[in-house]
Design a protein around this ligand. Structure first.
Ligand SMILES: Cc1ncc(COP(=O)(O)OP(=O)(O)O)c(N)n1
Ligand code: 3NM
Ligand code: MG
Length: 351
């Protein structure tokens, strides 16, 4: 006759099941991230780090823990959240799986204190290593998307802000800047949060104009600064190396200084005089041509660009442009986005 488990042994079995399930969760999540690093990014270094972590997790998955598995008796296998059944973008797949791995490692850390204190310490270390991996991978993703982005929508205050932005995202926009020079901070935060959420759904980058604090508060992808705004070195210190920093430039000296300071992209303009930035003298197409020949980082021609003159700006050498009115005041922002993108993709195929 088989002796029934004592109460202590029953609790031990429960702990083993928790450890078994979470070792699987952590490993599966790492595998999902690894596949993107390997096949999506062709990044051997990031893929190798995932593999190393996966193997480290597997090392703790002993036969004793596996033996405690009771899948038919697990009520959790039926539980799914609607968000798990559909993902809007690669970015959300990655974020969901980083969450899954980090949660699993936290559970492992706590429950393995009852089982194997050395395992608890190892899981804590792994959790921190996963945070570092997440930050490098998300930073990498951001930079890749920045380089691929050809059209940049800078918003202006509007009753139909969210609708306009969503329409542009539907047309293929991948880079958005929230710019409102007059809103009070509570409205600014509220709108920035909503826009960030929208960009997240469409897999687009979200940048905040001027305000590093707002960018951090809403977990934006970066910030855009002007020559009169916070110094780049200070912004970099606050934002870290993984978030993007853009800087406006109007001449060669500012461009070279921006590159030397380590910004991720620059604005080049105003190409034409524009009521959106009253009083700023136009640089004309010469500065665009100079940027085309000399700028080693992504740059966006900006200022007075619309569907009628975009080809002149492209002919002067621009591969990327930023616009406010062309999209914020468009009757059909989706169509205008598609048109502007089609012109930008005309000369060189999609980046
Ligand atoms: C893409 C891009 N380029 C330039 C600017 C202008 O920034 P700045 O000179 O700081 O002026 P304000 O936008 O703050 O009025 C920009 N916002 N975006
Ligand atoms: C916000 C901004 N910055 C500029 C610069 O040259 O630094 S031009 C500009 C406004 C661009 O608006 P529109 O597309 O409506 O002309
Ligand atoms: Mg500014």
């Amino acid at each position: 006759m088989v002796e029934p488990y004592s109460q202590k042994e029953q609790i031990q079995q429960v702990v083993y099941r928790i450890l078994d399930a979470n070792l699987d969760r952590a490993r599966e999540g790492l595998r999902i991230i690894e596949e993107w690093c390997r096949f999506g990014l062709n990044n051997a270094q990031l893929a190798l780090e995932c593999k190393r972590l996966r193997q480290e997790v597997a090392k703790w998955h002993t036969p004793e823990l596996r033996a405690a598995r009771d899948t038919p008796g697990d009520p959790g296998t039926e539980l799914t959240h609607p968000q798990e059944e559909q993902r809007a973008s690669i970015k959300s797949v990655l974020q969901a799986n980083f969450c899954r791995i980090e949660e699993a490692l936290r559970v492992l850390e706590e429950y393995s204190k009852l089982y194997h204190p050395t395992m608890a310490k190892a899981c804590k270390q792994m959790r921190y290593q996963v945070y570092t991996l997440e930050s490098s991978l998300m930073g990498h993703q951001r930079h890749q998307l920045l380089w691929r982005s050809r059209l940049y929508l800078v918003t202006s205050p509007s009753e139909t802000l969210l609708n306009n932005v969503e329409a542009a995202l539907k047309g293929g926009l991948t880079l958005l800047q929230y710019r409102d020079k007059t809103a009070d901070d509570s409205l600014r935060l509220e709108q920035a949060r909503k826009l960030r959420q929208l960009c997240h759904i469409y897999g687009a980058l979200f940048i905040v104009n001027d305000r590093v604090d707002v960018a951090l508060a809403v977990d934006a992808d970066g910030v855009h600064l002007g020559q009169q705004d916070m110094p780049i070195a200070v912004a970099r210190q606050l934002l870290g190396s993984q978030r993007l920093i853009g800087l406006s430039t109007t001449n060669k000296e500012e461009m070279q200084a921006a590159i030397a300071e380590g910004v991720d992209y620059i604005g080049v303009g105003p190409v034409y005089e524009t009521p959106t930035k009253l009083g700023k003298v136009a640089t004309g197409l010469e500065y665009v041509s100079y940027a085309a020949k000399n700028c080693s980082i992504p740059w966006f021609a900006i200022g007075g660009i619309d569907a009628n003159n975009i080809n002149d700006v492209i002919d002067a050498g621009a591969e990327r442009v930023a616009v406010v009115r062309s999209l914020m005041q468009a009757e059909q922002p989706t169509l205008v986005t598609q048109y502007l993108l089609s012109q930008l993709n005309r000369i060189k195929p999609e980046l």
